[in-house]
Design a protein around this ligand. Structure first.
Ligand SMILES: *Cc1c(COP(=O)(O)O)cnc(C)c1O
Length: 431
């Protein structure tokens, strides 16, 4: 391994600013990964605050420089954690929520209600009542029942967008493709026109514009430009919400467009097709938070073999991306970054599918070593679970060599906290 002569490839996947210490050990946000593991235990979700803020600024400034009236809204499902949302709110972002739960977190994080965008393909009365009650700026109409419900529940005037499903199938995993024909989300263009006509006649719902979101982990810019064309065809509006979906870099082989390349493509299409005085909203999730996060584990056991199987103290309890979407992750031994032989990096859960990475090079892994997996800032916190009694990990913010825990690790007591000694009640058909 070379220290100080060349940068090992793995560092490129960790948050910008990550480095090697004098002895070749990994640092994130100026903190040694091994010290973070010692202090906060493992598994632990580490977020580099500077990297997160920088990424947010690239989005906010990048869009503002390219289009006069713009807003960036964080798709909070990617990392619905109060402290993370608070940082993004400080950076000027709005928050995109699906349902009352994400709404509650966004409000707790100090989001300006006027900058909330409320989504969901199955919003309940409760979801909508809470959104209206909070003064959410925009509710995205996904179906005709949304219109019926909102007409009934709205007290004053409610701004709405109509979500269109343009028939675009980006090259991404089926589970995270949303814009294709037959998608469960939104209206096809013909039905969108009907919904638009209906809303234009509503005196309680104010139709501000249209919305499109074609999928997630999209690694080229072309589907985004096509999505702009699809909403442009629906007519002239004050607001065009163009969704999220830009891919993040997870592996050495991934080369997603940069934020700037993405914005160039999107705004290029907008200049050609949308009214110049309209407001553009974008809703990045994954590409905003993925690279700012990394997960630290401790190696529990190493089974020698070809390749060796390295088992750590986490897995599908804290990272469902592998099992759900087949996402590939890379990893390093925090004390010895770079080099090594391919290993299978597996979790502690009782499933063979609980594998964090196949054939990932690790330098002489031994029990007790800290292993760091980069690019876990998106959808790992939100999809974490208690499988096999796993206690969901803490979230630790790092910046300039200082670390601050903002979510604690669950305790065993948390695992039984919802147990109740319920009263037995009669729910049968009666006599
Ligand atoms: C999930 C989602 C996003 C964010 O998608 P990413 O791929 O995480 O950027 C944006 N808008 C809507 C409506 C979504 O459902």
């Amino acid at each position: 391994m070379s220290v100080g002569t060349s940068t090992p490839a793995p560092l490129a996947l960790f948050p910008p600013g990550s480095a090697l210490d004098y002895d070749g050990a990994l640092t994130i946000g100026g903190c040694r990964a091994e010290d973070l593991a010692e202090r906060f235990g493992t598994p632990a979700m580490i977020v580099d605050e500077t990297a997160l803020r920088t990424r947010a600024r690239r989005y906010v400034r990048g869009l503002a420089e390219r289009w006069p009236d713009s807003r960036v809204v964080f798709a909070s499902k990617a990392f619905p954690c109060t402290a993370i949302e608070r940082i993004l709110v400080e950076e000027g972002l709005g928050i995109d929520v699906a349902g009352g739960g994400e709404l509650a977190v966004a409000l707790r994080a100090g989001a300006d209600p006027e900058r909330l965008v409320v989504h969901g393909n199955a919003k309940t009365d409760e979801d909508l009542r809470e959104a209206v009650g909070a003064g959410a700026g925009l509710v995205v109409i996904d179906n005709d029942d949304d219109i019926d419900r909102l007409e009934r529940l709205t007290t004053g005037e409610q701004g709405v967008l109509v979500r269109v499903t343009p028939g675009i199938r980006p090259d991404t995993h089926e589970a995270v493709s949303t814009g294709q024909r037959g998608s469960k989300f939104g209206f096809d263009p013909e039905r969108a026109r009907e919904a638009i006509a209906r809303l234009r006649g509503s005196d309680r719902l104010r139709l501000d514009g249209v919305h499109v979101h074609v999928g997630s982990q999209i690694l080229d810019t072309e589907p985004f430009a096509r999505a702009v064309e699809a909403v442009a065809d629906l007519g002239t509006f004050a607001v065009y919400d163009l969704g999220g979906g830009l891919g993040a870099r997870y592996t050495y082989d991934d080369h997603p467009p940069s934020v700037e390349e993405y914005l160039d493509a999107l705004v290029g299409a907008a200049r050609a097709r949308l009214p110049a005085d309209a407001r553009i909203i974008i809703e990045p999730g994954r590409s905003l938070v993925a690279e700012a996060g990394a997960t630290l584990y401790r190696v529990v056991t190493v089974k020698r073999g070809e390749p060796a199987t390295v088992a750590v103290d986490g897995g599908m309890g804290d990272n469902m991306e592998v099992a759900l979407y087949g996402q590939r992750f890379e990893a390093v031994v925090a004390a010895r970054v770079g080099g090594g032989d391919p290993c299978h990096l597996v979790g502690r859960h009782c499933e063979s599918g609980d594998r964090l990475s196949s054939g990932v090079p690790l330098a002489d892994p031994r029990p007790g070593d800290v292993v760091a997996v980069p690019a876990t800032g998106a959808y790992c916190y939100s999809l974490a679970n208690n499988y096999n009694g796993a206690r969901r990990p803490p979230v630790v913010l790092c910046r300039d060599g200082r670390a601050r825990e903002v979510v604690r690790r669950e305790t065993y007591a948390d695992l039984t906290r919802r147990d109740v000694d319920g009263e037995t009640v009669l729910v049968g058909p009666g006599q």
